[in-house]
Design a protein around this ligand. Structure first.
Ligand code: PLP
Length: 413
């Protein structure tokens, strides 16, 4: 069979797994290009959720009855599945949270309480999502420490010379995104970690945009913390991961307190449980953790070779097409880029572009993408962002390009 026909048939088969992709929006077939905000969920994940609530639902860790025992086992298996997915050394280095945001807040709060004092510094970068910006701003202000921000270049890459200048003996941690959600830049995180470690500084990686697009191996990266969300990797909302090296997590105080995270509570004092439960106070998102296993299996069945090739093909096709259009200004020209494109059409406000595209059934994201410092750098109110997943098609990109022409015509550019 012709290779192109085979790929098209394969993608059509994959799309059948995602019921939402069959929807019409405003009388047009949905073109979903907002995968950096959240990805859709395959039937396998939806079935896992329905199965959990229909047949397994129970609380974990505290019950002797059959359902509680079964579900505790499945929840802990989910932890082990995530451990092997990112190749962590131990499953107790995997903390379930409700998403990247909570993972970073936990790390920023607990790490800084234990390791950051007055006069110390934390380094982040100008391209961080607010989730990897504000928790460090708050931590620094609470600890009388200073937040240092590594600049980005005009092409939207980290200024590595500036980064090196910031590596002083005062720095207690570096927090950097693996992939920029607003520029698509893939950062050289392995190199950053190596250089930081050479100065004895631990590194937290915000992996929200990376986890679904390439294989992450935390031991190979040697990062000290890695954070991501289930909903950006074809899993449910409400579940996320904080990976942390045992040596840091053991020393960090709990983030929240309550049920499940204790050894002993008396009227005088409380002693805390061991990892990972020390950081999982209260009832965790049990069903979501179990359904996340189905998402990981889905990704593993497709394989990262397929995913990376497919997404590169889509982003390169879209970039080529956009370059043929006049009055398009792109933001983010990194050599190594993810399937994310940010742009503006002439002086048209991104919201106007987004609204007209939505009338054509095309879902794009508009605004500052929770990266206001990036928008400040380029002195723009926001961008239009398209972000792809393996289930997107070349035909959808063609429809989007026609949509852009339509926007230009309606708004007379
Ligand atoms: N970090 C990056 C780079 C992101 O793109 C996002 C979400 O878009 C987040 C953090 C926050 O993720 P969540 O909202 O799932 O907590």
């Amino acid at each position: 069979m012709d290779k192109t026909i085979a790929i098209t048939e394969n993608i059509q088969k994959i799309r059948q797994d995602f019921p939402i992709l069959g929807r019409n929006i405003n009388n047009h077939p949905l073109v979903y290009f907002d995968n950096a905000a959240t990805t859709h969920k395959p039937r396998q994940v939806l079935d896992a959720l329905v199965h959990f609530y229909s047949h397994e639902n129970s609380n974990i860790h505290r019950g002797v009855h059959t359902l509680a025992q079964e579900v505790t086992g499945k929840y802990e298996n989910a932890r082990e599945k995530i451990r092997s997915f990112i190749n962590a050394s131990y499953s107790h280095e995997i903390i379930f949270t409700k998403g990247t945001t909570e993972s970073i807040n936990l790390a920023a709060s607990s790490f800084s309480k234990r390791f950051v004092s007055s006069g110390d510094e934390i380094v982040i970068t100008e391209m961080e999502h607010h989730s990897n910006f504000i928790p460090w701003q708050i931590a620094c202000s609470e600890r009388s420490a200073t937040l240092k921000v590594c600049r980005i270049t005009d092409s939207g890459e980290l200024d590595l010379d500036h980064f090196r200048e910031l590596l002083t003996s005062k720095v207690k941690l570096i927090a950097v995104t693996h992939i920029s959600n607003s520029l698509g830049t893939v950062n050289p995180v392995k190199k950053i970690i190596e250089e930081a470690h050479a100065s004895g500084i631990p590194v937290l990686i915000d992996g929200a945009q990376a986890i679904a697009h390439s294989r992450v191996n935390v031991q190979e990266l040697d990062c000290d913390f890695y954070c991501f969300s289930g909903h950006k990797m074809y899993g449910p909302t409400g579940i996320g991961i904080l990976y942390g090296k045992e040596k840091y997590l053991n020393d960090m105080p709990p983030y929240q307190s309550g049920g499940s995270m204790i050894k002993k509570v008396t009227v005088k004092e409380t002693t805390f449980g061991d990892l990972p439960l020390k950081f999982e106070a209260g009832t965790p998102p049990v069903g979501d953790a179990i359904a996340l296993v189905a998402a990981v299996e889905y990704i593993e069945n497709l394989g990262f070779d397929f995913i990376v090739n497919r997404e590169n093909e889509l982003v390169n096709y879209a970039l080529d097409k956009l370059e043929t259009l006049s009055d398009i200004k792109m933001y983010g020209h990194a050599k190594h880029r993810a399937p994310v494109i940010s742009f503006l059409i002439d002086t048209i406000h991104p919201y106007d572009t987004g609204i007209i595209l939505d009338k054509l059934g095309i879902a794009v994201r508009t605004g500052h993408h929770c990266t206001q410092p990036v928008m400040d750098k380029y002195n723009i109110p926001g961008t239009v962002r398209v972000s792809f997943a393996f289930y997107n098609t070349i035909e959808e990109i063609d429809a989007f390009i026609i949509g852009i022409e339509r926007v230009k015509k309606i708004l007379k550019v």
